[in-house]
Design a protein around this ligand. Structure first.
Ligand code: NAP
Length: 232
């Protein structure tokens, strides 16, 4: 069981927790004794997921100001924020992407992270051990993209996650009392990729759970997968 200095159990919010990596992360953290708010944009799917795991459902669409504000009003204490909600967007040749394609993906993957982080920072600031985990991707890595013979056809997704990495480092520098890291779950069989990923969902959630449960001496401003540090 995880209990902070205040004597209260660790309280965690996972966005996009109704399925996939978010659901598995919530399951693991509940098993470790966290009180977990399971965010979902759809109330039916979210309530079912929370009932199944013994989490607390909170309606939370990361693209919607009113939804995020209402969620921040409901959650009274917060120690760990896991910005997990994400979409893949289209896959096509780089030259075929339009600004509209990128806008749709950034609305969730980038602006969603900023909207949720901005809304929950005041609650995290009151925690004894505030932690943020931003779920990024290996496809965010500029170093890896430079080395690849053929870049991955995900102009929108890859660049949105590169933005998430920069958000992570900027927030980490701005809030040194918090530990703020981004993680690459690895290619995992979820709806995001039509269940093509070669890792299982528990394998994918491993690094998210690990970075969600670091203590006050844990790292900040890092980019890791379950095997270690990744090149930016
Ligand atoms: P998933 O099974 O498709 O789950 C995505 C979750 O995000 C769902 O709960 C979805 O809700 C939610 N979501 C999407 N848009 C939302 C919005 N506007 N507001 C709130 N929730 C929203 O995919 P996943 O693989 O678990 O993805 C989780 C995270 O891991 C994403 O950030 C993804 O980019 C990242 N990731 C995944 C892989 C992989 O191989 N699977 C690899 C690297 C990184 P609905 O059910 O309502 O759609």
């Amino acid at each position: 069981m995880t209990i902070g200095d205040s004597g209260r159990m660790t309280t965690t919010l996972v966005t996009g927790a109704n399925k996939g990596l978010g659901f598995e992360t919530a399951r693991r953290l509940i098993a470790e004794g966290h009180t977990v708010w399971m965010g979902a944009r759809d109330a039916g799917r979210g309530r079912r997921a929370a009932d199944e795991l013994g989490g607390r459902f909170v309606q939370l669409d990361v693209t919607d100001d009113d939804s995020v504000q209402a969620a921040a009003g409901l959650v009274e204490d917060l120690d760990v924020l896991i910005n997990n909600a994400g979409i893949a967007g289209p896959y096509k040749q780089q030259g075929d992407f339009t600004a509209g394609d990128l806008a749709a993906v950034y609305a969730t993957n980038v602006f969603g992270v900023v909207r949720v982080t901005h809304a929950f920072l005041p609650l995290l600031a009151r925690s004894d051990n505030p932690v943020i985990v931003n779920v990024s991707s290996g496809l965010a890595s500029i170093s890896r993209t430079l080395e690849a013979e053929v870049p991955y056809p995900g102009l929108a997704y890859g660049s949105s996650k590169t933005a998430v990495n920069m958000l992570t480092v900027q927030y980490a520098k701005a809030f040194p009392a918090m530990r703020i890291n981004c993680v690459e779950p690895g290619y995992t069989a979820t709806a995001l990729n039509g269940f093509q990923g070669h890792q299982t969902v528990p394998e994918g959630a491993e690094v998210i759970v690990r970075m969600a449960t670091i203590g006050p001496d844990g790292p900040t401003a890092t980019y890791t997968d379950r095997h270690g540090v990744l090149p930016w």
